[in-house]
Design a protein around this ligand. Structure first.
Ligand code: CA2
Length: 151
């Protein structure tokens, strides 16, 4: 059986993880996050495509590319979550289940981080649980795909 593909997309500045602001984002690097996702995917028997970009347009294109390719999208949109209607439109148009992840608890932070456009397109949002939020999102997405296949 072909393993279902889940796209794990990361937005701007997440390539800096672990290098600065460990008090906010912890000490794990983006490579560590990828390893966490690879291990979770092996355990869950799904395939992942893990990517990061600093470009809004590239992130929008990656979401579009998921159509007819992936079964779901786990996305940490980073700051584009707070600003990008283009990203929201892409997530709404792609017609796939979306789970939004934030490493930090955006609701305990500055007011401008409390709202994310992406949340309107998301089946669920995980924030404040550190990088383990990615593994939890993959678990939830796998459950959602299995539920869909059962129907
Ligand atoms: O908590 C999250 O995962 C965020 O999506 C991270 C974004 C931030 O804009 C969101 O409000 C919440 C920032 C990612 C940048 O991460 C850095 C890590 C280390 C040093 C500098 C930036």
């Amino acid at each position: 059986m072909v393993r279902p593909l889940i796209a794990v997309l990361n937005g701007p500045n997440l390539n800096m993880l672990g290098l600065r602001q460990p008090e906010v984002y912890g000490r794990a690097t983006l490579d560590d996050v990828e390893q966490i996702c690879i291990q979770a995917a092996e355990r869950l028997d799904v395939a992942i495509d893990f990517r990061q970009t600093n470009g809004e347009g590239e992130l929008v294109s990656w979401v579009q590319e998921c159509r007819n390719r992936a079964r779901g999208i786990v996305i940490n949109p980073a700051a584009y979550g707070h600003t990008s209607i283009a990203l929201l439109d892409a997530l709404l148009a792609v017609d796939l289940p979306v789970i939004e992840v934030h490493i930090s608890n955006i609701h305990r932070r500055e007011e401008f981080r409390h709202h994310t456009y992406c949340s309107r397109a998301a089946a669920g949002v995980i924030c404040g649980l550190g990088v383990r939020g990615y593994a939890l999102a993959l678990q939830a997405m796998t459950d959602m795909i299995l539920d869909e296949d059962d129907r």
